[in-house]
Design a protein around this ligand. Structure first.
Ligand code: GLC
Length: 748
């Protein structure tokens, strides 16, 4: 459905461009000089050479195996080769042996670090620290570009509200605002602030709605309305485009019956015409070919035509363009102008990255930046900030002077590969510092290691060995969770409890009466309600990356105070899916009605609740979005607004006193939520509109002054336009999505 305004904009943009009128502002930041070079090169190219640029192949191993295709100008980009010597040879063939010498665009999934692996993106989101995330992306770019990789297929911006979906690990969680800020940070970090040989093109993906896969089963259909797309799923992509993202990847899913790789509405009408995106659009791996399986096209020729007509520039591993586009142009089915537009987008990125001037890398020097101390330091800080303290009865922080013997146990205590998490292709486990290694180094001779379980799925009836060791220990550190292989692409789960006998292990440890600290490493929020009673404290570390061990040791022993907040809702049971904080009110919001246990307590109870909740699990999650404890305590007091009524172009100035009322320094992620009480459409209970990290010493207070432009309250309404609708609103300044005092205001 195209709204009138958007249709008008689309037609206007097309007319201006067709008449050679003023180019809409470039989203990638091109210049007249870049465009001159692109046009000059394009004019020399044959149709076959143009189509060759639109072909991306996976090319690992000996370049000689691909020399003929590269020399013949049939390859515009390769992925999955990372060796600098081999990449130099690939480039040499392209630059010195092909007719026009156009360098290859070398891509790789550098998703949360290259060699130095950072926490998985879901963990990075838990930091609520865009500056730190940008720093990590910059480090990833420094390491990857040193080896010749100039394009990463990251950041993944898929909003995910179903933890059964394994790829929740790769994104920034359930919230549009947080996702957008993290995406902007990664784009800035990867691409850098000026174009040089360390600039790595970002690729925002998967466009669009992929995380809403029905049933949480990867690659499954999605059924998002245009309003849901525009109000929830598209804004992070639009923000990343505005941040200058150079490329975008279409998604595997069909949304409302249309696979994204052939979806003109989202790729051409919205991305190209409305947003003016003039970067490169690439398919996902064979997502063009998969449109045959979807039943959207009957053969590779048809799906190639559907993709080019949708505005897709480059074909990853279908060979649809290289096999059929020339024939489609010769037959008149596809205009050569469409090919020219696609090739311009590709050449533009190559010119802007300086590939023509610098196609090669200094292979001998490539290793120097890998795992640099400052990179490892940033990875450790990221892992520290990404951990979320979900429970603490005072067990943490441990006093190193008072615990002699430390028992380390659990399948994730010494898992150097799995600790890196999903999509850590180039992380070398030899460089991983596990919790066991970090604790042994810090407390030589005081750590006893009895794993108890060799992996997360192992089943055991008894834990005599672990229990015996526990009895000799002063404290028990249990590292639990899921291996990297249990999350990520194609790894959906229907049961989110700790697998195997992990919960039984924790219960056995609890029974010893010794203090138990549980740390969970996972790619998603597992359902850990049953485990909470069996530990005094629980840290949720997601998959913390190369430096997870030192980070967790620092957190457990109090060198660092936890500051992470949940980027997704933690459920009590998988049966609550989907449950997220920014849900609609419904006509019957939960009012605290009885639960099953209450009903049995009141025998003969005849009527049950008539509102939206579960009789057995109620209406609330285990932990809400934005939740996280600290070793200190923060209180919010005297919240206020600088007005009661605001103009639509005004600025809301909210203030509040934040106090550190605990016994140590801490950092609080202050969050601001807004609710639109009445709209032309039903509106979410609340939506995050601002967050910031505030560090306070014990006893210190500060007066927070926060500005929220009223324009941030705009949404796509019933009439299909985006605007702020007048009416009454509420605003909360709080430490999570479920607390705080509502302040009222209106917009006129
Ligand atoms: C995969 C993923 C995508 C990745 C691409 C290249 O199937 O869906 O995120 O970037 O293929 O590896």
């Amino acid at each position: 459905m195209k709204t009138n305004r958007n249709l008008f904009l689309a037609v206007l943009a097309a007319v201006l461009t067709a008449c050679g009128g003023p180019r809409p502002a470039s989203t990638v930041g091109t210049t007249p000089e870049v465009e001159r070079r692109v046009d000059q090169l394009l004019a020399k190219m044959t149709l076959a050479e143009k189509i060759g640029q639109m072909n991306q192949i996976s090319a690992g191993g000996d370049p000689a195996n691909y020399a003929e295709a590269v020399r013949g100008g049939q390859v515009g980009s390769i992925l999955n080769e990372v060796d600098p010597v081999r990449l130099n040879e690939f480039q040499r063939i392209a630059v010195e042996e092909s007719r026009l010498g156009i360098p290859l665009l070398v891509g790789r999934d550098v998703i949360h670090g290259f060699h130095t692996v950072f926490p998985i993106p879901l963990g990075l989101a838990a930091t609520f620290d865009p500056a730190l995330v940008e720093e990590g992306a910059r480090i990833a770019a420094l390491e990857a570009t040193a080896q010749g990789i100039r394009w990463t297929f990251s950041p993944m911006l898929d909003i995910a509200r179903d933890p059964r979906w394994g790829r929740m690990a790769e994104g920034s969680g359930e919230d549009t605002w947080l996702d957008a800020r993290m995406g902007e940070a990664m784009v800035r970090g990867y691409q850098g602030t000026q174009w040089d040989t360390t600039s790595m093109a970002a690729c925002i993906k998967h466009f669009v709605g992929y995380g809403a896969a029905e049933g949480g089963r990867d690659y499954n259909s999605t059924f998002l309305t245009e309003r849901q797309l525009r109000n929830i799923y598209l804004p992070p992509f639009e923000a990343a485009v505005k941040a200058g993202a150079l490329t975008l990847m279409t998604s595997f899913n069909d949304n409302d019956g249309v696979p994204s790789t052939g979806n003109r509405f989202v790729v051409k009408d919205i991305l190209r015409d409305e947003w003016g995106f003039d970067g490169l659009v690439v398919t996902d791996w064979n997502s063009m070919g998969e449109m045959i399986s979807h039943g959207f096209g009957s053969d590779r020729k048809e799906v190639a035509q559907q993709a080019i007509e949708a505005g897709v520039d480059m074909d990853m591993m279908t060979y649809g363009y290289i096999s059929h586009l020339e024939e489609l142009v010769r037959s008149g089915a596809v205009k050569e102008s469409a090919i020219n537009a696609a090739v311009r987008n590709i050449l533009r990125i190559k010119v802007m990255l300086g590939l023509f001037e610098h196609p090669y890398v200094d292979a001998a020097a490539a290793g120097a930046v890998q795992y640099a101390p400052e990179h490892l330091d940033a990875a450790r800080r990221s892992a520290e900030e990404s951990a979320v303290l979900l429970k603490n009865d005072g067990t943490l922080p441990l006093d190193a002077g008072r615990v002699r013997t430390i028992l380390v146990t659990g399948p994730m205590a010494d898992a150097p590969h799995d600790q890196l998490g999903t999509w850590a292709f180039d992380g070398q486990k030899e460089h991983t510092v596990t919790p066991l290694a970090a604790l042994r180094e810090r407390f030589p001779g005081r750590v006893v290691y009895v794993p108890g379980l060799v992996n997360s799925r192992q089943k055991r009836d008894r834990f005599d060995d672990v229990v015996a060791a526990a009895r000799q220990a002063d404290v028990i550190l249990a590292f639990l969770g899921e291996e990297a292989i249990l999350s990520g692409e194609a790894h959906s789960l229907a049961d989110l409890n700790l697998k195997g006998s992990q919960s039984e292990l924790l219960a056995a440890l609890k029974a010893t009466g010794k203090p138990v600290v549980a740390t969970v490493m996972a790619g998603r929020p597992l359902t850990i309600e049953r485990d909470l009673p069996n530990c005094g404290a629980l840290l949720y570390a997601f998959h913390p990356g190369t430096m997870g061990g030192p980070a967790l040791a620092n957190l457990i022993f109090g060198d660092v105070t936890p500051s992470g907040k949940t980027p997704v809702t933690f459920l009590r049971t998988v049966g609550q899916v989907p449950m997220y904080y920014s849900h609609n009110m419904t006509g019957r919001p939960y009012q605290g009605e009885m639960l099953l246990d209450d009903i049995e307590a009141e025998a003969g109870q005849t009527s049950l609740g008539n509102t939206s909740y579960y009789l057995d699990y109620g209406a609330y999650p285990l932990f809400p979005f934005g939740f996280g404890l600290s070793y200190t305590r923060f209180t919010y007091s005297d919240p206020a607004l600088d007005g009661t009524t605001y103009a639509r172009d005004g600025v809301i100035r909210a203030s509040c006193t934040l106090s550190n009322t605990g016994g140590c320094e801490g950092t609080e992620v202050v969050q601001v939520y807004v609710r639109d009480l009445v709209g032309s459409l039903t509106r979410p209970l609340k939506e995050l509109k601002h967050f910031e990290r505030v560090t306070l010493q014990a006893g210190e207070s500060c007066r927070l002054e926060i500005e929220i432009p009223v324009s941030e309250l705009a949404f796509w309404g019933l009439d299909g336009t985006k605007k702020v609708e007048p009416g009454d609103f509420q605003l909360w300044i709080s430490g999570d999505s479920a607390s705080g005092e509502a302040l009222s205001f209106s917009v006129r």
